[in-house]
Design a protein around this ligand. Structure first.
Ligand code: 13P
Length: 340
């Protein structure tokens, strides 16, 4: 394992003023979003959409790295330039989603365990050979009446650590993503308790399996009430609960923390990340940035709608959200940016 290289890659992924863009939707997820926007669910439509993203002018000013999907990492612009070359020219580091999805956890109805460990060393070596420098694995933890169970948390924590070890051995920085999802009526306190429990289990496994913490990125959820909860905490309350939780459970050696957006709007995700970076400036041992998918892409996808004529307008919307996210990462985001 080349620790120096892992540490250098991890720190450039969370470089000041930048964050990550997740564009690694699996084909079924991408197709679902296309269907909702009235876009044909074909390989060519997915390629055109991903071309729109990677060729967005100015993307590299705000985005340090993008997370790709197996289909996407092998694709090219219409005129033939591989996406990996387009990204390299823009100074953007390519990464790859390597899990194969969250599947039903046997014996635990309504809970999931993420799969993809079988054959992972060979797949990771192939991606590293193609030029990927980091990887992502997402675990899904739901909150409900008597869930999450210990079994669900432990199975996912174990798989995340096994994945992280395999990546580091092949020279890829693992993004470790234990997502406590927003589905349900639970409140913020409940999410705080569960997120803390999950992070403790994950870092215990990362320690047991000898992960180099300086060469990994944590991708957590923000601590939020569920979608069906009546309460709507202000960004300061979310910031306090989230950072309190992270300070209690994430070792200082971790290279950086990059949040998922989890279904929040782009504006809310930015306001909350911004509040964390203002209220806890100088008090956190790790950089706090973003690794958003929907909070950056959502509006651009709607504007594009599969039409060539709207590519430029969609790219403008995409880069605007990337710029707002960068501002939030610096604690410089304001509502005014949304009216510009
Ligand atoms: P969202 O920002 O849409 O939650 O996606 C982030 C991600 O990469 C999920 O794995």
């Amino acid at each position: 394992m080349n620790s120096k290289e892992l540490i250098a890659t991890a720190s450039s992924m969370v470089a000041t003023g930048k964050g990550l863009l997740a564009m690694d939707e699996s084909n079924p997820t991408c197709n679902k979003r296309f269907a909702a926007a009235g876009i044909p669910q074909t390989e060519e439509a997915r390629r055109r959409y991903r071309e729109l993203i990677v060729t967005t002018p100015g993307l590299g000013e705000f985005i340090s790295g993008v997370i790709l999907y197996d289909e996407t990492i092998r694709q090219s612009r219409k005129e033939g330039t591989p996406f990996l070359k387009v990204l390299a020219d823009a100074g953007v580091i390519p990464g790859i989603k390597v899990d194969t999805g969250a599947k039903d956890l046997a014996g635990f109805p309504s809970e999931k365990v993420t799969e993809g460990l079988d054959g992972l060393p060979a797949r990771v070596r192939e991606y590293a050979g193609m030029g990927a420098r980091f990887a992502k694995w997402r675990a899904v933890i739901a909150i409900g009446a008597s869930i999450p169970s210990e079994a669900c948390i432990d199975a996912n924590a174990h798989a995340l650590a096994r994945y992280a070890a395999i990546c580091q051995e092949a020279g890829l920085v693992p993004i470790v993503e234990p997502e406590v999802v927003m589905d349900g009526p639970h409140d913020l306190e409940n999410c705080l308790e569960v997120t803390g429990r999950v992070l403790h289990a994950v870092f215990n496994q990362l320690h047991v399996q000898r992960i180099l913490l300086e060469g990994m990125i944590l991708k957590p959820n923000m601590v939020l009430p569920g979608k069906d909860c009546q309460a709507s905490p202000d960004p300061g309350q979310v910031a306090d609960a989230t950072v309190r939780c992270l300070l209690r459970s994430v070792p200082a050696a971790v290279a950086g923390i990059a949040f998922l957006s989890g279904g929040q709007s782009g504006e809310l995700a930015c306001a909350r990340l911004n509040a964390m970076n203002i209220r806890f400036a100088g008090k956190m041992p790790w950089p706090l940035t973003f690794s958003f998918a929907r909070a950056i892409q959502h509006r651009a996808l709607d504007i594009w709608s599969g039409q060539d004529a709207t590519v430029k307008a969609a790219q403008k919307a995409l880069v605007h959200r990337a710029e707002c996210s960068r501002a939030a990462r610096l604690g410089q985001y304001t509502d005014k940016m949304e009216r510009a």
